[in-house]
Design a protein around this ligand. Structure first.
Ligand code: TSJ
Length: 640
């Protein structure tokens, strides 16, 4: 048998090297990209294996440590990867896991997980893309260990002694030859691991950052699972009732879990997941949920005379006004469709979710008539507001039809009519707006001055929002329409630039505008059309030479460069209004010299961004303070 196995082993070995070589040649095909996103994907890929062990019922704790050298160590207390020889492959199961490319686990063109099992592309891909990887398995009283370099086996799995524990530990260092960025971001890991913990009730996940003098540790452990996720989504909101409505069940091989609770806002914060991965474009599981929700509430409202016979049905949108909801399903073979392969296509998922939710929600409403009435009353108010908003919109549409397409009076439009070349500056305050109008390039730059603080859309209903003058001006200037009528093809400017003072008020106004854009025209942000202008904070003048500094560090380095002496004149700009038109052009608007920050959102982070906006814009002070302390990254991104 020896020679035969050896012969096969040799051939296999070549196959394996070819497989892992392919991963190193085209890493993007397997992990989406080699940017920081792909880098973090390596961690999730390994962690997913431990999560599977938890879902199988054998693992209760996972620890993730970022080491000083930026290697990452993932440890679980599961059964341990099997160490026995896999006879087909002629080597240990551990070695198989790390060296054989997981069939089917491929990234499609869009770069999203479409694997057969619960995890994506498998540990062998992480191994292929790591400078080194080390695995230690504790099982049956023994410890086993193996090491690899760039996917190549350094030595066969070896017994390294006794142990009382069971579990698996994997440590790897991402390959600097492959990744553009090899520094892990604590907040990015923290957000994803918290999400996994919410989605896997009972599982305790610890994240430790050992790179700093003072190591940071965060632990996520939610016995309530997605019920606690909904509580988290609503932490800066005012819930309309105490309970979190929870439905759970299995239909064939699909496990369904839904949690929800209404708050007094007007947003729909419903997020759906398949096998612990968010589905930003929804799909059959979300459709099943929406259908069940709409049908069950209308049936209840009719039966209990909350809706009269002559009144129309509540729409799905009415019932989802102010709803925070998580839909999470686990399915053996998810099929994703759509352009970006983010939409669940399995038709059986629709029926499974519909059936579980209809059955359990009907029962819940019967058992909790007071809560049922609160929700129905809110939906009826939403229905009336939507009617009023529709009428207001029809009215403006008729008006524009009569008067021709009337752009807002305050808009100083550009002369070029090709949107590709055009940008619009949304400027805080009439006086800064005046300077900007003088400063601009009239061919390509339009200016829309807004007066004072714009309406906080987090706290208003559509009918009120649509009569607000500042918001109406933005909607007509952009040309795209909003909500369901939104059409990006009609966008009149390629860049929308928010220009506010570089102080706390300016940051607040920028955040209000971003909130409006995010809630009503998210596609503008997703497609990268929204920017923040960066006015300078300081003007430094020495011997008639003028320099500008955009932050304190830059001021320091300029002063070091030119020497700190009596000839320096330093002016701190308190607002855009203090600059004359030339200065404004030179520092903030000249495409050749200005700094623009593009606002971008990663769709997988939208649940978190939702919490960011309602925490920043909400009226609860305590969560806001905690939040700002804990989310330096987001606040930095938003409050620029
Ligand atoms: F995939 C991996 F190697 F990257 C990895 C796997 C990394 C880490 C940190 C953990 C794991 C892992 C695998 N944890 N637990 C397991 N469990 C199994 O592989 C296992 C154990 C026992 C049995 C069985 O049927 O007895 C089956 C499996 C799949």
């Amino acid at each position: 048998m020896g020679t035969e196995v050896n012969g096969e082993y040799g051939a296999d070995q070549i196959q394996i090297l070819k497989g892992l070589e392919a991963v190193r040649k085209r890493p993007g095909m397997y992990i989406g990209s080699t940017s920081t996103r792909g880098l973090h994907h390596l961690v999730y890929e390994i962690v997913d294996n431990s999560v599977d062990e938890a879902l199988a019922g054998f693992c209760t704790e996972i620890e993730v440590v970022v080491n000083k050298d930026n290697s990452v160590c993932v440890t679980d207390n599961g059964r341990g990867i099997p160490v026995g020889i896999n006879h087909k492959a002629g080597k240990s199961a551990v070695e198989v896991v790390f060296t054989i490319l997981h069939a089917g686990g491929k990234f499609g063109g869009g770069g999203y997980k479409v694997s057969g099992g619960l995890h994506g592309v498998g540990a062998s891909v992480v191994n292929a893309l790591s400078e080194w990887l080390e695995v230690t398995v504790h099982s049956d009283g023994r410890m086993y260990n193996q090491k690899y370099e760039r996917g190549k086996v350094m030595y066969p799995l070896k017994d390294i002694g006794e142990t009382k524990k069971t579990g698996t530990q994997v440590t790897f260092l991402p390959d600097k030859e492959i990744f553009e960025e090899t520094v892990f971001d604590f907040e990015t890991l923290r957000e994803r691991l918290r999400e996994i913990a919410f989605l896997t009730k009972g599982l305790k996940i610890t994240l430790k950052d050992d790179r700093k003098e003072k190591p940071q540790i965060r632990t996520f452990h939610y016995e309530g699972g997605i019920k606690e996720y909904v509580e988290y989504l609503n932490k800066s909101q005012n819930p309309l009732y105490e309970e979190i409505i929870y439905c759970e069940g299995q239909r064939k091989d699909i496990y369904v879990e839904v949690a929800m609770q209404h708050n007094d806002s007007y947003q729909d914060s419903t997020y759906s997941f398949v096998n612990n991965i968010i589905t930003p474009e929804g799909g059959t599981h979300l459709a099943g949920f929406k259908n069940a929700l709409t049908k069950t509430f209308n049936d209840y409202a009719r039966k209990n005379k909350l809706l009269k016979d002559n009144e129309p049905n509540l729409s799905g949108e009415d019932i989802r006004e102010g709803l925070a909801a998580i839909i999470s399903i686990k399915i053996g073979e998810p099929q994703f469709e759509g352009q970006t392969k983010q939409k669940l296509g399995n038709s059986e998922a629709r029926g499974a979710v519909d059936s579980v939710v209809t059955e359990q929600l009907t029962y819940f409403l019967e058992q909790n008539p007071a809560i049922a009435k609160i929700i129905c009353d809110k939906a009826i108010l939403a229905q009336r507001a939507r009617d009023a908003a529709r009428k207001a919109r029809d009215l403006t549409r008729r008006k524009t039809a009569l008067e021709g397409s009337s752009l807002p009076g305050k808009l100083a439009d550009c002369s070029d009519k090709d949107p590709k070349n055009c940008e619009i500056y949304i400027v805080e305050g009439d006086s800064a707006g005046g300077s900007a109008k003088t400063a601009r390039n009239r061919a390509t730059q339009a200016i829309l001055p807004l007066r004072g603080k714009i309406l906080n859309v987090e706290k208003s209903r559509l009918d009120k929002i649509l009569v607000n003058n500042e918001i109406k001006a933005m909607i007509t200037a952009f040309g795209t329409g909003i909500g369901e009528e939104f059409d990006i093809e009609k966008l009149r400017y390629n860049k929308i630039v928010i220009m506010t003072d570089a102080d706390v008020d300016g940051a607040h106004i920028a955040t209000l505008m971003l909130t409006f854009l995010y809630r009503f025209m998210p596609e503008l942000i997703r497609q990268g059309h929204v920017y923040l202008a960066q006015p300078p904070l300081y003007k430094i003048e020495k011997n008639k030479i003028v320099r500008y500094a955009y932050d304190d560090d830059e001021l320091k380095s300029i002063l070091e460069e030119i020497g700190r002496d009596g000839n320096n004149k330093i002016q701190r700009y308190k607002g855009l209004g203090e600059m004359d038109a030339d200065q404004l052009w030179e520092t903030t608007m000249d495409p050749e010299k200005r700094i623009l920050l593009r606002v971008n959102i990663d769709r997988s982070e939208e649940a978190e961004i939702d919490v960011v906006f309602n925490t920043l814009m909400g009226d609860k002070v305590e969560p806001r303070r905690e939040f700002i302390e804990a989310n330096a990254k987001f606040v930095r991104n938003l409050d620029i």
